[in-house]
Design a protein around this ligand. Structure first.
Ligand code: ADP
Ligand code: F6P
Length: 322
């Protein structure tokens, strides 16, 4: 059966570049004569029928904007059979025969549930956490990393002026990819991530003391959200070293802002590719990038995969931050 009408939604935490992906989905479909509905607030919009027909101009002037013009949400009702049936009914009533879901792994589980109930779905990875195993770079990750380093560079100015230690928490939910890359990029003395068990004395205090002996007087410690506890950590460091310490939780600033070139290009390619897959009659696929090539995986297989942590990069970061 050929696909005549598709819907596009953004779900879970927003990520810079989601708009560029929405634009690519809409423009690709429309250019191929396929009708497109925008769905507001993720799966909520499907349940409530909060959808609107898109035209070429619906997605004008959004490629450079952070956030998502479709809004996003976490929708507990969608996880019930009743919620899913309501979502399917909205699609049936409007003749929607394919859905592009832009979000993280939770959103892909929802896409899989819809596909299993007869509504073909394709997922596009949009999350600053970069925690989708089959995909080397998720949409939003590059922008978030760049935002983080700008913020930490500013923190460094004041830490340096006061001879302080700054303990900075970056997002990533249960994953330390953002923290690792930000940590190496800002020259952090220690990078603390959930993937590597850490010893306070060995991994923070000893490293600080050693660097202090060679004249270093200010320090940046990057901590992943999945480890957390930065307030307590800063207090402990101050007590142990006598070096005045401050904690900063970067928070939602990391999710905003204009997407980088990399995120815009990635989002555009992935949006195009997702529509192509639906038009080829494929479903339950997630679009990904590997070795600079856009590829796709079965969602189930993708969700089972484990993303390796880059221990080499972790070791390099610590070796050169002395
Ligand atoms: P992300 O997509 O960023 O991982 P969430 O985990 O919050 O974000 O998931 C987003 C939404 O996807 C949820 O609010 C819910 O509507 C849907 N979802 C999450 N997990 C499932 C699941 N196991 N089955 C069906 N839908 C799910
Ligand atoms: O998944 C993106 C993310 O920003 C995580 O890094 C973080 O743990 C979570 O979402 C925060 O979510 P909320 O929007 O509920 O504050």
């Amino acid at each position: 059966m050929s696909v005549r009408k598709i819907a596009v939604l953004t779900s879970g935490g927003d990520a810079p570049g989601m708009n560029a992906a929405v634009r690519a989905v809409a423009r690709t479909a429309l250019s191929k004569g396929v009708e497109v509905f925008g769905v507001y607030r993720g799966y909520n919009g499907l349940i409530l029928g909060d959808i609107f027909p898109m035209n070429l101009r619906s997605v004008s002037d959004i490629i450079h904007q952070g956030g998502t013009m479709l809004f996003t949400a976490r929708c507990p009702e969608f996880r019930t059979e009743e919620g899913m049936q309501k979502a399917i009914e909205t699609c049936r009533k409007n003749g929607i025969d394919g859905v592009v879901v832009i979000g993280g792994d939770g959103s892909f589980r929802g896409a899989q549930d819809l596909t299993q109930r007869g509504l073909p779905c394709v997922g596009i990875p949009g999350t600053i956490d970069n925690d989708i195993a089959c995909c080397e770079y998720t949409i939003g990750y590059d922008t978030a990393m760049n935002t983080c380093i700008q913020m930490v560079d500013k923190i460094r100015d004041t830490a340096q002026s006061h001879d302080r230690c700054s303990v900075v928490e970056v997002m990533g939910r249960h994953a330390g990819y953002l923290a690792l890359n930000v940590g190496i990029a800002v020259g952090a003395t220690s990078i603390i991530v959930p993937e590597v068990p850490f010893d306070f004395e060995r991994d923070i205090i000893q490293r600080m003391k050693k660097a202090n002996e060679t004249g270093k007087k200010h320090f940046i410690i990057v901590v992943a959200e999945g480890v957390g506890g930065v307030m307590e950590l800063a207090a402990r460091i101050e007590k142990e070293t006598g070096i005045e310490s401050r904690a900063t939780i970067l928070g939602h600033v990391q999710r905003g802002g204009s997407p980088t070139v990399r995120d815009r290009v990635l989002a555009s390619e992935m949006g195009y590719y997702a529509v192509e897959l639906l038009l080829q009659g494929k479903s339950n696929r997630v679009v990904a990038i590997q070795n600079d090539r856009i590829v796709d995986f079965d969602i189930e297989e993708a969700l089972r995969m484990k993303k390796p942590f880059d221990f080499e990069l972790y070791n390099i970061a610590h070796q050169i931050s002395i």
